[in-house]
Design a protein around this ligand. Structure first.
Ligand code: AMP
Length: 358
């Protein structure tokens, strides 16, 4: 693809903080951003040249969005696949592709895909009925983790089954949602890799980050993490297999469990820029947001070398109220998403603290 010229229009489906930071990166490179989402006062709309406020399934609004954009991307993985397919049918250029979105929206399809390209996952079982779950527990044993196949995030839609007598209650807690039962991963650490692929097939990978979750929500990422060469190569290899297997264009995040012996097991693929990649804003010359914009605009990919080790900390809910103190910390940079209501657990901003030059 010939690179989109300066001043071209980039459409972003989704209007949250990831859209906001994509929009800011795009405008720095001279693009105009058209953001599309359900909320007029969203984090992304307030920093974008044009904002389209509509449901993701509104075909008339999607038509206008397609007409207003030179290329369309997304920042939210629960955009309906049918909306992407509709945009493509109307002649829009869309990246990443609809197949990649469909696979990564569904934990069973995602793990099946991972295994098909030679990436390890935990053992898993498709669960549609109580009978399926009972059979899966009989094979797998306990403990095991029951998750909804779709739309789970930040630990939502997940329940541990620690005793066989908890099976029915666990099944009922998902209210009939299609589910997956996963074997417990005995991981030593949780890491992630952020990587990009261009239209020409070029792949660039950022250094691996180590992640800490509190109550199922990402709290901190330290990157580059201290890891062995073997682990680094394995993580890069996994990122490449995912990107190539999905014929992906753009940035994605792959969450991995590190087992004994530096074995890596894929937990989840996020088909978008990722919270565990925010450290790149201050650790690298080309951060994940600029990289995604470069990829979907057909520009050459940017430098993913780390210049600084960074600790990224999410500011959840009332954490943001300490903005004045945080804004005075030396060697750090504060990012605020412009959301009004700092309710418990809500991602309101983050702070990148520089640890050392690399
Ligand atoms: P997820 O929503 O799949 O990213 O899961 C949220 C968190 O739950 C992960 O970051 C892990 O800490 C934990 N977790 C998820 N799946 C498993 C598993 N199969 N075994 C052990 N822990 C898990």
């Amino acid at each position: 693809m010939t690179p989109l010229p300066l001043g071209s229009k980039i459409g972003i489906l989704g209007d949250g903080q990831l859209g906001r930071m994509l929009s800011q990166a795009a405008s720095r490179l001279g693009f105009k951003v058209v953001v599309y989402g359900p909320d007029a006062e969203s984090p992304a709309a307030s920093v974008s040249a044009v904002s389209k406020v509509a449901r993701y399934t509104d075909e008339a609004a999607l038509d206008r969005f397609a007409a207003a954009s030179d290329v369309i991307t997304f920042e939210f993985e629960n955009v309906p696949v049918s909306s992407l397919e509709y945009l493509v049918s109307k002649g829009a250029k869309v990246a990443p592709n609809a197949r990649a979105l469909g696979i990564t929206q569904d934990r069973v399809l995602e793990k099946t895909f991972a295994r098909s390209v030679g990436i390890s996952t935990v053992d898993f079982y498709e669960v549609n009925t109580l009978d399926d779950l009972e059979k899966a527990i009989a094979i797998n044993g306990v403990p095991a983790l029951l998750k909804t196949r779709r739309e789970g995030y930040d630990g939502k839609g997940q329940v541990w089954i620690r005793h066989a007598d908890e099976v029915r209650a666990a099944f009922e807690s998902l209210n009939g949602a299609k589910a997956i039962l996963e074997a417990k991963a005995d991981f030593l650490r949780e890491v992630s890799v952020i990587a990009a692929r261009g239209f020409n097939g070029e792949v660039r990978t950022y250094p691996v980050g180590e992640n800490h979750h509190v109550k199922g929500i990402l709290s901190t990422t330290l990157a580059p993490a201290t890891i062995s060469e073997t682990l680094k190569k394995r993580a890069e290899d996994i990122a490449r297999k995912v990107l190539e297997g999905l014929d992906y264009v753009g940035v994605l995040g792959v969450e991995l469990f590190v087992l004994d012996g530096d074995e890596l097991v894929l937990n989840e693929i996020a088909p978008r820029v990722h919270n565990t990649g925010h450290w790149t804003q201050d650790g690298c010359l080309c951060d994940q947001f600029e990289q995604h914009i470069r990829a979907v605009a057909g520009w050459p990919l940017g430098d993913t070398t780390a210049r600084f080790q960074v600790e990224m900390t999410n500011l959840l809910g009332p954490d943001i109220l300490a903005w004045e103190t945080l804004s005075q910390e030396p060697n750090s940079r504060l990012y605020v998403y412009g959301k009004d209501d700092p309710r418990e657990g809500r991602k309101m901003g983050h702070i990148n603290r520089l640890k050392r030059a690399v």
